[in-house]
Design a binder for this molecule. Structure first.
Ligand code: 2AM
Ligand code: CA
Ligand code: CA
Ligand code: CA
Length: 254
């Protein structure tokens, strides 16, 4: 069955209600640690379970890959889901966290939605049909000067083994830009690029479920998605999204 934007929005908004119920009762939130720097809450698990079931019921032909439950069969045509992107923010009662759902068929992203329940912002895109925020068409910014730009990044790798340190890159770029932000949800960061609220975003050591939906939303909003060398494509270990017009200047500094 071809995917219906309306049906998906209804499902994803319901998933958002499940998350919001827990967000509004944080004292009783169950939190467990997957490893010393990655934890999971009962909300992550409940949202993923709901999405996995609801999507399979409506679209039984597609497989599923979620951060918390892993991969089902049929990974050639699959939903790619991050039930809560920005779990740390969620658990602290901050508003920048999101539910990220993408549909990928034969390595091509077909659909992406990122819903931020605490902000009630629903971003989505279907391949070739543009990007939308709360049903209004969105576009990347038209900023042409890196010196006037607002950039966002994240530090998923902050305590990792990586020699290449994003702190150094961040300092280098921060000096050349007007505004810098660190929101804590890569899926949302990408939507902010798509909506022109920030001019570029980069992060390293992410996974496809963090960025699949947001990357399609950026592309459909007229932006670019590359690695740090400028190769086009969605590379979660090194993702750079931009409005396109500051890309060359930014690549020099990456
Ligand atoms: P999460 O909240 O779903 O875990 C913020 O910098 C981004 O990094 C978020 O997309 C967050 O996703 C992700 N993230 C947080 N901890 C991480 C870790 N230990 N390894 C990889 N990604 C992580
Ligand atoms: Ca996680
Ligand atoms: Ca994530
Ligand atoms: Ca997550």
């Amino acid at each position: 069955m071809p995917v219906s934007l309306n049906t998906l929005e209804i499902i994803i908004r319901k998933a958002g209600e499940i998350a919001l119920n827990q967000f509004n009762d944080l004292q009783n939130l169950q939190i467990t640690q997957k490893n010393p720097r990655d934890f999971v809450t009962a909300a992550d698990v409940a949202v993923e379970k709901f999405l996995k079931q609801s999507l399979a019921q409506k679209y039984p032909e597609y497989g599923f890959w979620g951060e918390e439950s892993g991969q089902s069969e049929n990974q050639a045509q699959r939903w790619i889901v991050d039930p809560i992107d920005g779990t740390h923010s969620f658990a602290k009662g901050q508003y920048f966290w999101s539910i990220s759902v993408a549909l990928e068929i034969d390595n091509e992203l077909i659909f992406g939605a990122v819903y931020a329940p605490a902000l009630n912002d629903y971003y989505c895109a279907k391949k070739g049909q543009g990007a939308f925020k709360n049903s209004k068409k969105i576009n990347v910014s038209n900023e042409t000067d890196l010196g006037n730009s607002m950039i966002a990044t994240g530090f998923a790798c902050l305590r990792s083994y990586l020699e290449e340190n994003n702190l150094e890159r961040f300092c280098r770029i921060a000096q050349k830009t007007t505004g810098q932000r660190r929101f804590g949800s890569a899926a949302m960061d990408l939507c902010l690029v798509a909506d022109g609220q920030v001019d570029a975003f980069w992060e390293q050591e992410l996974n496809l479920y963090d960025v699949a939906a947001g990357a399609l939303i950026v592309l459909e909003a007229g932006g670019t998605v590359t690695d740090f060398k400028g190769n086009k494509g969605v590379f979660p270990k090194q993702i750079l999204a931009s409005n396109g017009t500051i890309l060359e200047e930014l690549l020099q500094l990456m």
